[in-house]
Design a protein around this ligand. Structure first.
Ligand code: GDP
Length: 202
C-alpha cells in the first residue's frame, strides 16, 4: 500500500468538473488548521504537491491528485474559516455537500479531527451530517503527538478521540473506522494507506 507516484491532476470548482474516469477516490476534509496539508504531504511525501492546494484561488476548489495512476486523493476546502464571510462559507458548504452526495466513485470521506482539543460543535455537526446522509466516512484524528495542556481542557488526545466517537455514534449504523495520526512523528501514515487499499478492494 505504498505511494509510488502522485500527480496533481486538476482543480474543480463544481462536482461536474471533476475527473470522469471513474477511478476510486478518497476525500480529505476538515476544519482549517486541522493539519490537512501536513497530512497530504506526509501521504504523498511531496511538499510541493500538497502546496498546490494552498495556492491562492485553489483553497476553495476540489483538488484531485492521482496516486499510482490508479486512484485519487481529493483535497476539499477546509471549513470553519473564521475570517470568511458568511455567504462564502455557505457556498463552499453547499458545493462540498453536492460533491459528497453526487460523486459515485467516492469510496470514503476522511474527516480530519484535531485530537489535541475537545470536540468542536462544527466538527460534530459535519460528522453527523455525513452519518445521516449515509456518506461513508473514516475519522482521522490529527496532532496526536500533542501533549495535554490546561488551556485545551486538560485532556489527552486519547480522551478527546473517545469522546468524539461517543458523541457521533447515534448517527451511524456502525461505528466509523478511525485512525490516530501525527504528521510531526509520522504516526498513522501507513495505516491510512493500508485502510485505503482495503477499501478499494471491496
Ligand atoms: P490545514 O490548514 O488543515 O492545511 O493545516 P496545516 O497542515 O497547514 O497545519 C496547521 C498547523 O498545525 C501548522 O502550524 C502545522 O505545523 C500544525 N500541525 C499540523 N499537523 C500537525 C501534527 O500532526 N502535530 C502537531 N503538533 N502540529 C501539527
Amino acid at each position: 500500500a505504498q505511494v509510488v507516484n502522485a500527480d496533481f491532476v486538476k482543480s474543480s470548482v463544481r462536482p461536474d468538473d471533476c475527473p470522469r474516469d471513474g477511478l476510486p477516490e478518497f476525500a480529505l476534509v476538515g476544519r482549517s488548521n486541522v493539519g490537512k496539508s501536513s497530512l497530504l504531504n506526509s501521504l504523498v511525501r511531496r511538499k510541493r504537491l500538497a502546496l498546490t492546494s494552498k495556492k491562492p484561488g485553489k483553497t476553495q476548489c476540489i483538488n484531485h491528485f492521482k496516486v499510482n495512476d490508479s486512484w485519487y486523493l481529493v483535497d476539499l476546502p477546509g471549513y470553519g474559516y473564521a475570517s470568511a464571510p458568511q455567504e462564502a462559507r455557505t457556498n463552499w458548504d453547499e458545493f462540498t455537500r453536492n460533491y459528497f452526495l453526487s460523486r459515485e466513485n467516492l469510496v470514503s470521506v476522511f474527516l480530519l479531527i484535531d485530537a489535541s482539543i475537545p470536540a468542536k460543535k462544527i466538527d460534530l455537526d459535519y460528522a453527523s451530517w455525513l452519518g445521516q446522509n449515509k456518506v461513508p466516512m473514516t475519522l482521522v484524528f490529527t496532532k496526536c503527538d500533542k501533549r495535554r495542556k490546561k488551556k485545551n481542557g486538560g485532556r489527552r488526545p486519547e480522551e478527546n478521540v473517545e469522546t468524539f466517537q461517543s458523541l457521533i455514534r447515534e448517527y451511524f449504523e456502525a461505528a466509523p473506522p478511525w485512525i490516530m495520526t501525527s504528521s510531526v512523528i509520522n504516526q498513522g501514515r501507513d495505516e491510512i494507506l493500508l485502510h485505503m487499499s482495503q477499501l478499494r478492494n471491496y
